[in-house]
Design a protein around this ligand. Structure first.
Ligand SMILES: *Cc1c(COP(=O)(O)O)cnc(C)c1O
Length: 359
């Protein structure tokens, strides 16, 4: 095998239990986008065993996959679902998000009988302006809900800039005003949820009836914070050295016109941008081999990269294991180098790369 991803379920358990202990709240595990690119199958069944209270995904097809895997807990779908899928939503007992009057009207004009059996959570816009009802739409929304006898079970919103406590606090205040009004007018206790990973460990008081956690489960650290030692990175992306050669000062290396500044010993690693390793990291990032870091040199290719191992001791040989991402080459480090966020780094890992599960 040229490259593979190791997933450590013990570390997933550690993170889950830490979040539970810290927040003392029911947990909705967010496993959208194939568990942030890591592979949803094993991660979902482990979280199921750990007794997560519910799951959330972005799209309908992801929720169906979870039902096929035997997940029986509540699954909340965050994003748009076309009205022709409402039959399957009902059949699979999924919970879906209502976020606009237009969407609600589309559903009502399609199939009201089915609609009455579907559980909804209402999404409120508290400042992100992506999905969600605005405060001034509330009265009209309530009128439609009552008239059509819709099954509303929850209400939620989403933090837009969780690093900013004051802005988050204003979102929380608006959320509570709207959620309380909904509960009163619908004469019903609703599941209220707002906090994402960062809010769940940084700010008490935003937990309400449930927290929705994604990144922390997988061991991604909030950017700009000191590393939280209790959270463990659950994945290691590995490969091995497939070729070693000497190049002389002045020779070119890889694609393009990059010239090596000194005599070097170069290792070839069979990982490239087709595997989801970002090409922007060419000449920037490092990899980890036998306890030390070595720089990528020249342009990253479609399925290979070159690494300067001149400083490596006599252990250099073919087949030596290389970490391209994990505890030592962290997603936070690669994210900073490529001006993105750690989530983006791991979501791009090609799903065809073999996942090796460690229990
Ligand atoms: C992705 C997502 C989450 C989880 O966010 P993390 O920062 O990864 O914990 C929570 N809620 C919504 C609506 C999301 O889209």
């Amino acid at each position: 095998m040229e490259t593979w991803l190791e997933i450590d379920l013990k570390k997933l358990k550690n993170n889950f239990e830490y979040i539970r202990e810290k927040s003392k709240s029911p947990i909705c595990s967010v496993i959208k986008a194939d568990s942030y690119g890591l592979g949803v199958k094993e991660i979902a069944s482990e979280l199921d065993k750990l007794e997560t209270d519910s799951f959330a995904v972005a799209f309908f097809h992801e929720a169906l996959e979870l039902r096929r895997l035997g997940i029986e807990k509540e699954i909340l779908v965050f994003n748009y679902i076309p009205e022709e899928r409402l039959i399957d939503v009902e059949k699979n007992n999924l919970t879906i998000t209502l976020y606009s009057i237009e969407q609600l009207n589309e559903y009502i004009s399609s199939n009201l009988d089915i609609l009455k059996n579907i559980s909804f959570h209402i999404k409120i816009n508290t400042g992100m302006n992506r999905l969600g009802f605005d405060e001034e739409q509330l009265d009209y929304l309530i009128e439609i809900i009552l008239k059509n006898n819709l099954k509303i079970e929850g209400v939620y919103s989403h933090f837009a800039h969780v690093e900013d406590y004051n802005f988050s606090n204003s979102q929380n205040n608006l959320f509570l005003i709207i959620a309380d009004k909904l509960e009163m007018k619908l004469n019903k206790t609703l599941k209220k949820h707002l906090a994402n990973s960062v809010a769940s460990v940084k700010y008490e008081g935003f937990y309400h009836n449930m927290i929705r956690v994604g990144m922390l489960l997988y061991g991604l650290q909030p950017l700009g914070d000191t590393i939280n030692e209790r959270i463990k990175c659950i994945f290691t992306w590995k490969s091995k050295i497939t070729n070693i050669r000497k190049v002389k000062k002045g020779e070119r290396i890889s694609y393009g016109d990059f010239v090596v500044p000194n005599n070097m010993e170069i290792a070839t690693i069979p990982v490239g941008y087709s595997h989801g390793y970002m090409r922007q990291l060419s000449n920037k990032a490092k990899v980890f081999i036998l306890g030390k870091k070595y720089p990528i040199i020249g342009k990253i290719c479609m399925d290979q990269m070159l690494v300067d191992i001149s400083k490596m001791d006599e252990n250099r040989r073919l087949g030596v294991e290389v970490e391209v991402l994990g505890d030592n080459i962290t997603p936070e480090y690669l994210a900073k180098l490529s001006e993105t966020i750690p989530d983006d780094i791991i979501c791009k890992i090609n799903p065809n790369i073999k996942r090796i599960i460690k229990r």
